[in-house]
Every structure is written in structure tokens, then in C-alpha cells.
Design a protein around this ligand. Structure first.
Ligand SMILES: Nc1ncnc2c1ncn2[C@@H]1O[C@H](COP(=O)(O)OP(=O)(O)O)[C@@H](O)[C@H]1O
Ligand SMILES: [Mg+2]
Length: 413
């Protein structure tokens, strides 16, 4: 049968309009800060919805200009400068004669290449001292603010990416010096790697210390998101059971984008009129495994990770509550195959750096929650779960071997 109903689940871009599920509480907090002209740092886990909500709130404000600077792909300081210039150009083209924008750009040094796609520095600029290109960028920013009336939000998205660049601290210091207080202008810094964002805004030694009021971006309200998702499935007469949603949400640690991914696959794969129960849940999970199996396997089979790191990854999947276990204790070390807590710390850091896991509120999470489920279903993990660890037993087997799915399905009937 040819699929005719459009899939209403979006998981690969910023969501807008009807595709955006309202988050009143956090929206109001952001709105209030921006309306009062405060600077703001929005910090939260990856794919939780920070960028979508930031834009949603800014776009809802009347007479508000948005300079949208995305630092996601930056490698060199000149990339930061280009991202700023790019964002400025988009606004300038709206408020100024485009010929004048070009004239203005041509007057600046180091010289910018002017192409259809926008402005960029020549290759030689990437090796130049960061101050030179950033200087041009801030000239642009100043000009843009000058040309606009009313309020302006300067939005730096993925701001923590600056921390990955050489001379990061000097660059931050330089930028901080360039940012002038202006009643019309609010700066909004959005970022996802909590450590780095916290460090930038909360460390007394950081140039951005206390430069913005921090809002920690929480998980989406489950009841509201359930209703939102439930309705979307109804467009194909699929009925999502609440307990399945709760399970999905738990599986995804409540991360909005990952829940949407699962739902997108479910919408395509389930039949019209079907009940979305636990059986359907595992059916979808298997489809996701099938799509990603090659990649999952490659992580655990490749030489990219040491044996210790792989072990640790597998053990982490099975631990329900990391706060409850002696994370660096002897039993755990034995399970991983190391002899000191320091070796575990090193392995955790390596896994985090490779972005297989991330840390949030003192817990480690898989960046891909479906990878975690796959590990649980297929790898030998039972011996490593917190309960059995403390009990000192060592049963070997996978979650599937132990009839996990049958239990879940029976339990829900
Ligand atoms: N308010 C929302 N309503 C519905 N889905 C959302 C919402 N916010 C985020 N999402 C989902 O999460 C994904 C990632 O959103 P994004 O705003 O890019 O998150 P972040 O900036 O925190 O990484 C989106 O593609 C979408 O699937
Ligand atoms: Mg984002």
C-alpha cells in the first residue's frame, strides 16, 4: 500500500508553528528576561529542544530583530567571525540597501570574499590572528545593531563550541571585551554540553562569568507532550497507549528529539487503525535496530575504542541508577577489567569525548538511547546491573535471553 498520510513527526530540524509543542513555563521565563533586556544562557541536554524554543520565543516578540549566529561547525576563529557576519548580513539585507551592505563589507580589512553565498575570509585568513577576523565580525555586529530600531537579540547557538577551538579562553576574553552594554540589545547564549557552558558562565576565572542569567532547560512536560504526540498519531488512526509513551520516554531519558525519532519510524511502520501497544513498541524498536545495527556493531567491534572503554559502555547500559552504585568501587572495577578508579575516569572521559555518552546532573547517558537498548537486548550485561553487582552474583545473559519483552507485553495486558 502506498503511504499517503504525511508523517507528522519531525526529528531532524528546528520545529516551528504547529510542529512545535508549547512549553509555557520555560517560554515565559525566557520571554521575561528578553523583554527586560537581560542577557541569557540557555543550557540543556542535546536534542531536548533548546534551539526550537529559543527561536519560538524570539519570533513571537513584536519588533524584535534576531541575529542568529550558529557556531555548530566552527573549527577556526575565522569561522566564528564568518558565522557572525553571515547572521548580520541576513538582518542587514532586510533593513539596509543591499548595495550599501556590500560597500560596507568592502571597506573592512582583512578583505572579505564576496560571493553569492555571502561573505567569507580568504584561505589565508584562517591562519591569521583571531583578533583580525573577529574585529571585522564585531564591526558588522555594531553596524547591524545601529541599522535596526527597537530591540535586538543576538543569539549564539552551540556557544560551547568555542571551547573546542585553539586559544578558546583568549577568544572568549576578546569577545567579552567587544560586547558592550546596550539597553536595546540582549545576548542569548544557547549550548548543550553542560560542563563547558557552566564553566563559561559560572567559573569566576572565565571572561563570561556572570555575563548572562542561566536558565537550565528541563525536559518537556510529559502530559502535554503525550497529548501532542497522541493527536499526531491519530491522523493515521493509530492509538498510542499511555504506558507505551511512558516507556518510550523513559527509554529516551525524556529527550524530545529522540522520542520524535521513534515516533517518526512508528508512524511509517504501523498500520492505519493499529493500537500502539507494547508489542508494537518492540516491533518498532527492532526496525530501528535493523536500520542502525551496522553502526551499533561497528562501535563495539572497531578499534576506535579500547577493550576497557567497550566494557564500560556495555556496563553503563545496564545501570539503572548510577547514584546508587559505587561507581568507582572494586566490584565495578572488576567488571570493567581495571585496577583503579582513575582508569574508569579516563575511560569515561574518552567515551564522552567521542560523544557516545554525555554527562548530565552527575549521571552518564548514551547519546543514542536506542544504542543503549540494543546493547541491553543483545550484549551480556545481566551480571553488570547495579542490583546483581552489589549482591555479588554473576549471571550471564542478555536481556532478551531473560524474557524481558514477554514480561513487558504480558504485564501490559
Ligand atoms: N517544542 C517542541 N515540540 C516538538 N518537538 C520538539 C520541540 N522541541 C524540540 N523538539 C524535537 O527535538 C528535536 C531537536 O530540537 P532542537 O530544538 O534542535 O534541540 P536542541 O537545540 O536542544 O538540540 C527537533 O527536531 C524535534 O524533533
Ligand atoms: Mg540546538
Amino acid at each position: 500500500m502506498i503511504q499517503s498520510t504525511k508523517n507528522p513527526f519531525i526529528d531532524d530540524s528546528v520545529v516551528k508553528g504547529d510542529d512545535y509543542c508549547p512549553r509555557k513555563m520555560v517560554e515565559e521565563r525566557i520571554l521575561k528576561k528578553l523583554a527586560n533586556g537581560h542577557n541569557l544562557a540557555l543550557i540543556g541536554d542535546r536534542r531536548v529542544g533548546k534551539t526550537s524554543t529559543a527561536h519560538y520565543v524570539i519570533d513571537s516578540m513584536k519588533d524584535m530583530y534576531k541575529i542568529d549566529i550558529d557556531l555548530y561547525h566552527i573549527i577556526d576563529p575565522s569561522d566564528i567571525a564568518e558565522a557572525i557576519i553571515d547572521a548580520c548580513k541576513k538582518v542587514l539585507d532586510k533593513v539596509w540597501d543591499s548595495k550599501k551592505v556590500l560597500d560596507f563589507a568592502r571597506r573592512l580589512t582583512p578583505k572579505l570574499d564576496v560571493t553569492e553565498g555571502g561573505f567569507s575570509f580568504g584561505i589565508d585568513a584562517s591562519g591569521q590572528e583571531y583578533k583580525k577576523t573577529l574585529h571585522v565580525a564585531f564591526e558588522f555586529l555594531e553596524e547591524t545593531v545601529k541599522r535596526t530600531k527597537g530591540k535586538v537579540v543576538i543569539l549564539f547557538d552551540e556557544f560551547q563550541a568555542i571551547k573546542t577551538i585553539k586559544n578558546a579562553d583568549a577568544i572568549l576574553k576578546y569577545m567579552r571585551g567587544k560586547i558592550q552594554k546596550n539597553a536595546r540589545v540582549s545576548f542569548m547564549y544557547v549550548g548543550s554540553i553542560k560542563h563547558d557552558m557552566d564553566h563559561i558562565f559560572r567559573d569566576p576565572d572565565s571572561p563570561f562569568f556572570k555575563q548572562a542569567e542561566i536558565i537550565y532547560f528541563e525536559h518537556i512536560e510529559p502530559n502535554i507532550f503525550f497529548d501532542f504526540i497522541f493527536k499526531r498519531f491519530q491522523s493515521k488512526k493509530i492509538t498510542l497507549k499511555r504506558e507505551v509513551y511512558d516507556m518510550l520516554s523513559k527509554t529516551c531519558y525524556g529527550i524530545t528529539g529522540d522520542i520524535q525519532t521513534f515516533c517518526r519510524v512508528a508512524f511509517d511502520s504501523l498500520k492505519e487503525g493499529q493500537i500502539f501497544d507494547f508489542e508494537a513498541f518492540f516491533f518498532i524498536l527492532d526496525i530501528i535496530y535493523k536500520n542502525e545495527q551496522k553502526y551499533f556493531k561497528s562501535i563495539l567491534d572497531s578499534k576506535g575504542l579500547t577493550k576497557i572503554q567497550k566494557n564500560l559502555l556495555i556496563q553503563l547500559a545496564g545501570i539503572q541508577n548510577q547514584a546508587d552504585i559505587k561507581f568507582f568501587g572494586k566490584d565495578f572495577q572488576k567488571a570493567i577489567g581495571v585496577k583503579s578508579p582513575g582508569a574508569i575516569t579516563n575511560a569515561l572521559n574518552a567515551l564522552e569525548k567521542k560523544e557516545y555518552i554525555y554527562k548530565s546532573d552527575e549521571q552518564y547517558y548514551f547519546s543514542n538511547p536506542f544504542f543503549k537498548e540494543w546493547v541491553l537486548d543483545y550484549r551480556f550485561i545481566i551480571q553488570a546491573t547495579a542490583g546483581t553487582l552489589t549482591a555479588g552474583s554473576s549471571i550471564t545473559g542478555t536481556r532478551l535471553d531473560f524474557g524481558y519483552r514477554q514480561r513487558m507485553i504480558k504485564h501490559s495486558k
